[in-house]
Design a protein around this ligand. Structure first.
Ligand SMILES: O=C(O)c1cc(C(=O)O)c2c(n1)C(=O)C(=O)c1cc(C(=O)O)[nH]c1-2
Ligand SMILES: [Ca+2]
Length: 700
């Protein structure tokens, strides 16, 4: 027995109700269900029970889903874009209430990757939800009325956001933030579940020594790994935007912290270039005191935007004859970590996919050994994995039945381009490196990389069954369309996953054989969950493409073929076929405005501003290639007329298009407009170029 089964919910033939009460599914956050009505024999009969698509949409932009629904006492609670909570009858899908925290729309600009939400937490009759503009709200689960709200932000001028699910820890509710690619100083906060009062706060990086004294001895310890010229003005990053789990036995909160800002360590901490604690780390925090128990840094001196925020799973594994209580993570950096969760001892760290930035993890020091040939400070360099990571936020699952972890892994390199300096731009990406230059590359044959990067460049999603004891891949799926879906494991030996191609797949957990496919026509990223009511097992999964891949839909994504409104699917045995959504229609071609009279210089400046710090390019893809946001190469006449009012006046702020008046002058706005008009003319004459790069590669 290598599974942590003692506290997982159990089921037997007589049991007719099984809930799914936390995003991780069980106390150990394994995303494994005891249910087995849907099994290898019956799964071919899986079909649609009902769906829900009445999501709150602002403006024209469908934003996709990342959440795991909860089912408690016959009611399903799930979150959607803009941190809205929906409560529906878990058998019929009938809407019971909607809680809309009425997020400030312009806050979308303060998120790196859109106004996503990964789910809620429930204790007794209270539901907790993190709100993207920085609040933590407690909501009555019967009525949907707010009980209390607390502002989790220490500085509302900074680009903090909440995109993760809160975690519950013995009377506390724990939350942290996104924004580590922008300008935040990361911290993790614990609030009293009843009152919303702050219980403790764990800062993950030191503050400016000229302003802040060290808040805790843990920060004093971290400060030793930083020089005195660090970019305090940028906050330094380290938010725990996704993964926070709680171990009730040890009363420890584990939080996975993000990357630093700017990304390259030589720009972030030019004098020291040390480990930069507690960036890209797993920190174990005493839930009573808020103080560090141990920490393990997966990527010391992170220069790649790897972070260590991917979902963490607890289990008891038999390693070399001893039962060890472990915590496991497969972060962006491509190594699978098994750590003793009581002591922080590193038990193993192995590549689960193609990785070149480091050759291996030295088990004596616990540190990765870098491949020096891949230093990108002076020269653009192709490195595996990309900034999207070898695994991103889409949760993996662990099956105590097979003893395997199922990782929605990503196979892709990226050309990393460092800037020579970073001028702080509030409300912007301050990454200090270029935009994600993904395959195909123009110059794949770069000699410097021979023997290091001669893996065929590709962008693929591969489901891998990983043995955390034997430290190897046991099976892997056929390569799928780029960007992945989260995972559910069940006692029946099934693995379930939605995918970007719109197909919901059920795999044999032991062999990887595909046992069932349901085409929904909607791209799915969010992890499925399962529950039983009145003896019927249901599987639910949220659909809709959003997040970091919103600007450019992946090639084979369902969102390119069909309209892709946010949709919740619920399946059961004997259900019906899914009706395909209507075929995608892109807006018709608008009349071109007259060619701009602006000078070549002004147009060039406009282009620069479009891309700088991701200003416009972060959402509005280059030359309007297919994605979620309006195509600025095909603006309606009224939009042209209203251009400055939108860009500087915040006319569409409610829908997520914030004002940029703090950053751009009237002249800047006119230059950007001139560039768009001139380039729209060029595009109509030249036509789109096949395989055109997603981003312009520019020296900085
Ligand atoms: O460092 C951060 O604070 C931060 C936040 C987020 C986020 O809030 O979603 C992402 C990332 N980083 C990130 O690096 C990343 O690849 C990413 C992808 C996504 C997404 O929603 O698809 N979010 C994020
Ligand atoms: Ca990041």
């Amino acid at each position: 027995g290598c599974g942590e089964q003692e506290k997982a919910p159990t089921t037997n033939a007589a049991q007719t109700t099984v809930e799914w009460a936390t995003v991780g599914g069980t106390e150990m956050a394994q995303r494994h269900s005891p249910l087995a009505q849907i099994n290898k024999d019956t799964v071919t009969d899986l079909g649609l029970a009902w769906k829900f698509d009445d999501f709150i949409v602002r403006g024209r932009v469908h934003r996709g889903n990342q959440g795991t629904p909860l089912v408690v006492d016959g009611v399903m609670y799930f979150t959607g874009p803009w941190s809205v909570v929906y409560a529906v009858d878990a058998v019929s899908g009938k809407e019971l209430w909607v809680y809309d925290p009425e997020v400030e729309g312009g806050w979308a600009r303060k998120t790196c990757c859109d106004v996503n939400n990964k789910g809620a937490a429930i204790e007794g009759d209270t539901l907790f939800v993190g709100v993207v503009d920085g609040y933590l709200d407690a909501v009555d689960i019967k009525t949907g009325e707010r009980k209390w709200r607390t502002d989790t932000l220490i500085d509302r001028t900074r680009s903090y956001s909440v995109t993760g699910a809160p975690a519950l820890a013995n009377g506390n509710v724990i939350i942290s933030h996104g924004g580590s690619d922008m300008d935040i100083r990361g911290y993790i906060s614990a609030y009293n579940q009843k009152t919303g009062a702050l219980v403790w706060r764990f800062y993950t990086v030191p503050g400016d020594p000229a302003i802040n004294g060290d808040e805790t001895p843990d920060i004093t310890l971290a400060r030793e790994t930083w020089g005195d010229q660090a970019r305090w003005d940028l906050g330094l990053g380290g938010g725990a935007y996704d993964s926070i789990v709680y171990d009730p036995e040890l009363d420890i909160v584990y939080a996975g912290t993000s990357n630093g800002v700017p990304h390259p360590t030589w720009l972030r901490d030019p004098v020291n270039e040390g480990d930069n604690l507690y960036l890209s780390s797993i920190v174990a925090i005493d839930n009573k005191t808020g103080r560090r128990v141990w920490h393990y840094q997966t990527t010391p001196g992170d220069s790649w935007d790897f972070g260590s925020t991917q979902n963490m799973i607890m289990a008891t594994l038999n390693i070399e004859g001893k039962d060890r209580k472990v915590i496991m993570q497969a972060p962006k950096n491509g190594f699978y970590y098994v750590i003793d969760r009581a002591t922080g001892e590193l038990l193993s760290a192995d590549k689960f996919t193609t990785v070149t930035w480091a050759t291996h993890v030295d088990m004596a020091t616990g540190k990765p050994v870098l491949d020096e040939r891949l230093d990108f400070r002076d020269e653009a360099t192709i490195i595996w994995p990309s900034v999207s990571g070898a695994h991103n936020w889409q949760p993996m699952a662990y099956s105590p039945v097979t003893g395997l972890t199922y990782i929605p892994a990503l196979e892709a390199p990226m050309k990393y381009v460092a800037y020579s300096k970073v001028d702080y731009k509030p409300g912007s990406l301050n990454e200090g490196k270029g935009p994600p230059l993904m395959p195909p590359f123009a110059d794949e044959g770069d000699d410097k990389l021979a023997g290091v990067n001669d893996f065929a460049p590709r962008m693929e999603s591969v489901l891998k069954a990983w043995d955390p004891v034997a430290q190897k891949v046991v099976w892997q799926s056929k390569p799928q369309t780029w960007w992945s879906g989260g995972i559910l494991s069940t006692e029946a030996g099934l693995i379930m996953q939605g995918a970007v191609d719109g197909i919901f797949r059920v795999y044999d957990a032991a062999t990887g054989a595909v046992l069932k496919e349901i085409n929904t026509g909607i791209a799915m990223l969010a992890p499925p969950m399962t529950y039983m009511i009145d003896g019927i097992q249901y599987v639910a999964v949220l659909g809709g493409l959003g997040g970091s891949e919103s600007a450019y839909f992946p090639d084979e994504s369902a969102a390119k073929k069909y309209e892709n409104p946010e949709t919740l699917f619920v399946f059961k045995l004997g259900g019906t076929d899914v009706t395909m959504p209507p075929a995608k229609t892109w807006p018709a071609e608008e009349p071109l405005p007259a060619m701009t009279t602006a000078s070549a210089e002004v147009i060039a400046r406009g282009e620069e501003l479009f891309f700088e710090n991701g200003n416009c390019a972060r959402c509005h893809s280059y030359r309007g290639s297919e994605g979620s946001y309006p195509n600025l190469w095909n603006m309606a006449p009224a939009t042209h007329e209203n251009f400055k009012n939108i860009l500087l006046g915040g006319a569409y702020s409610y829908a997520g298009m914030a004002s940029f008046a703090d950053l751009l002058s009237e002249e800047d706005a006119e230059a950007i407009h001139a560039f768009l008009i001139a380039d729209a003319h060029a595009l109509r004459t030249e036509g789109a170029v096949e395989g055109e790069v997603r981003f312009k590669e520019k020296a900085h």
